[in-house]
Design a protein around this ligand. Sequence first.
Ligand code: NA7
Length: 536
Amino acid sequence: DPYSTNLDLDILIVGAGFSGIYFLYQLRKKGYNVKIFDLANGLGGTWKVNHYPGARVDSSVPIYEFSIPEIWKGWNWSQRYPDWKELQAYFEYCDSIMDIKKDVAFNTKVIEAYFDKIEGKWLIKTDDGRITKAKYFLPCIGFAAKEYVPDFPGLETFKGEIHHSSNWPESEVDVNGKKCAVIGTGSTGVQIIQEWAKISKSLIVFQRTPNLCIPMGQKRLTPNDQKKEKYPEIFHSRLVGVGGMTFQHIPKNTFEDSEEEREKNFEKLWAAGDFSFWVGGYKDCFTNLNANKKAYDFWAKKIRALITDEKKKDILAPLEPPHPFGVKRPSLFVDYYEQLNKSNIEIVSVKNNPIIEVKPEGIVTADGKLYEIDVLALATGFDAITGGFKKLGLSDINGEKLIKQWENGTKTYMGISISGYPNMFFTYGPQAPTAFSNGPTLIEIQADWIIKVIDYCENNGIKYIDAREEAQTLWTKEITAIANATLFPLADSWYMGANVPGKPKEMLNFLGGVPKYSGILQYVLENNFEGFNLVK
Ligand code: NA7
């Protein structure tokens, strides 16, 4: 029973999303005593929590699913880009095959955890007052575990309805006949805006930075469209493709092609209806500003052609790039610009005219204008990638708090472990290819590696394995060095920790690509756990 007190486990997992479910299933098969704690009331991780209007994955299936045959053989999707409801149904299906829930304590929040060096066990405290022991501790909390709400003065005085996207009420928010507003135009904002524009009386979009959206080739899928015989090959190409997906870069630099050839290539990428135009373009797109500008100009030309109002055109798709193309995450859109063309949808640029206050009636911008509204969606994002870790109340073997250790910058070894936190491994977190990988691809790579490490330790009488500090320092330097050779530091993105005031600005992702990353993991496995201390 995952709710019983005095649990003494081999392994405790935090989070019942893709990672946690994968781990539980694979580890339990090997005979380990393993449980999951999750603070939500059901399976699905990010897809359990993020059920705001229009929430939908931007990676297509079958790329975005488990490669576990017992699951994919029996499951068919109804759309190329499933929405949250279908993803939740998928996790229920997984449960029906894998019997996951019996080992998950839901509504259970980890508030403190440390490793007891003497006993060789983690002690994990939860908000119900229990202390659980486990030899291995696996935070599988995703990168969006802590929401970010800007500190708008007067926010609490707003008399209408207000919701952050990842804290959406279970019951539907009724916007019929209401004046609505959305703050934020990241992937979340774009999705909410597309839905609310269709059903609200009016909608005001507060945009600070335009989202450089790419068309989503959404389509309905029948079981016949899902050629299962090809799946093993597809899952293999995820491992070698760009971004944990199945496509490859154009093996050329931008200016090696003539203008005409380039246009042809851009058109082809655009028509793919997926992230091809973002990550499958010319190989110098993220290292050469002039090359990048070619991608931006193509983007702006395409999008401007969809917008009817000249003023909206310049706010949504300005001729001058707000930042290099693709160094902030583009969203895939269905009818975003078509909706924004409507006369009852207003777009307010708050780039140079920020929101300064929220009043009971609505939102006030620096120019003194009050926008009266009934319902407000905050699509303002997350304290991404590191925020969730800071909520776990972790301290290291010397009693130092992680939150303090990361105050001026994040440090991990291979984006999978932290020095001073023995027998703790995590997936889809800081300093791994996280934001630049399809979730399930990276998760399976990391989890398979971690399972091999656990097996090794168990078969060889290892009490604990801990990353060396110098290995961690080198990894952290490498993360920064790779990032500094790219255009990514030129934007204030959540990739760089730069979306939250006061958070250190640093690249939080390994930009060397998924194949290189898994090669490094493999190398360490084959070379006596280079960078780790193993203690018997
Ligand atoms: P994002 O991508 O961080 O987007 C947050 C949005 O909120 C973004 O447009 C911000 O503008 C905007 N924002 C934040 N603070 C303010 C203030 N003070 N005023 C106006 N606008 C503001 O979060 P999402 O939830 O959309 O997506 C997160 C990831 O989850 C996504 O990339 C997927 O991988 C899944 P900014 O761009 O900073 O100027």
